[in-house]
Design a protein around this ligand. Structure first.
Ligand code: PEP
Ligand code: MN
Length: 346
């Protein structure tokens, strides 16, 4: 059930609705919007009786939700969500660029890349300290030592840190050192981990699973939000298909599909989405053209020496060129995006 408040509802009206939901043994989720406040209800097994709310002061409507998801939905919040990550935002008018190495390897490598990322004007730095590797014998990441380097990068370059956690201990550490917890493709349906990050108050970058449908991705986000953490950013990073010309098939059609049903921002990862250095820039351009709120790009100071994902890593020079090109596309599309946004809010 979704309670829509009248535009002139008072704080007391809202309080009364929240209390009523709690008294019924359910969990209220207050979502302030541009024109009105909506309150989602979770924790109910069957249908909630709308008569509990219909006559309360300030309530415009009590709507039954028939879709499998509630909190990610534009029914709850028609306008797009802007997620605050450290000192910057994802989902607003500005294109968010998150860039950095796949894996943190040593301070020299990290700082060389961070310098390029800072120079590009990007506001977010990525780099994995905990790596989900197919082989147990492959480099697994630097762990907490890597996170400490990331904290130095934040200090020195004023970049906001996005980094992956693979388990609860990792979440605790990323909360301590980073600004955004990345949940990787392989953990998209690790429901206990999703619940755990849902209890934190750090934004979460949720990557699409290797063969996840749109609904599975949205319901994974719903797990996080149902725990009270509404700061979720979705990420298309390619899916497994029969195609062998790329590492994965970057499914850009999911970007408008997400924007069609959800208020959450969505970014595109053309690095894992293609796995090929020469495809990253063209697919990044396409991602921006299709309306992504941002990009996540792997950059390495010496891709041929990378301990992880070297084939898809851009050199700092290639990365700077990518930023130049995607910025031009994003600027050209600003009037279009404004029209789309105002049509959504109307
Ligand atoms: C990554 O971003 O380095 C990563 C491991 O991504 P994914 O989970 O999409 O494979
Ligand atoms: Mn990688």
């Amino acid at each position: 059930m979704l309670i829509v408040m009248k535009p002139d509802a008072t704080e007391t009206d809202v309080e009364r609705v929240l209390e009523t939901i709690e008294k019924l043994g359910f969990k209220p989720h207050e979502m302030p919007g541009a024109n009105r406040i909506a309150i989602g209800i979770t924790g109910n097994n069957g249908a909630v009786d709308p008569t509990h709310f219909e006559n309360l002061s300030g309530v415009a409507d009590a709507i039954r939700v028939t879709k499998p998801y509630k909190l990610i939905s534009k029914d709850l919040r028609p306008e797009k969500s802007i997620v605050k990550v450290g000192s910057a935002e994802i989902g607003g008018a500005e294109l968010a660029i998150i860039a950095g190495p796949c894996a943190l390897e040593n301070p020299k490598q990290v700082f060389l890349v961070a310098e390029a990322v800072s120079k590009s004007g990007a506001k977010f730095f990525r780099g994995g300290a905990f790596k989900p590797r197919t082989s147990p014998y492959a480099f697994q990441g630097m762990g907490e030592t890597g996170l400490k380097i990331l904290a130095e990068v934040r200090e020195q370059f004023d970049l906001n840190i996005v980094t992956e956690a693979m388990d609860e201990h990792g979440v605790d550490l990323v909360e301590k050192y980073g600004d955004c917890i990345q949940i990787g493709a392989r953990n998209m349906q690790n429901f206990s981990l999703l619940r755990y990050v849902g209890k934190t108050r750090k934004p979460v970058l949720l990557k699409r699973g290797l063969s996840a449908t749109l609904d599975e991705l949205l319901l994974a986000a719903e797990y996080i939000m149902a725990e009270g953490n509404y700061e979720v950013i979705l990420c298309e990073r390619g899916i497994r298909t029969f195609a062998a010309h790329a590492r994965n098939t970057l499914d850009l059609s999911i970007v408008p599909a997400i924007h069609n049903v959800s208020h959450l921002p969505v970014i595109v990862d053309p690095s894992h989405g293609t796995g090929r250095n020469y495809m990253v820039n063209p697919m990044a351009r396409a991602g921006v053209a299709v309306g992504a709120d941002g990009l996540i790009i792997e950059v390495h100071s010496a891709p041929e020496e990378a301990l992880c994902d070297g084939a898809q890593a851009l050199t700092p020079m290639q990365y700077l060129e990518l930023v130049r090109e995607v910025t031009a596309i994003h600027e050209a599309l600003l009037p279009v995006n404004k029209i789309v946004e105002s049509a959504i809010v109307a």
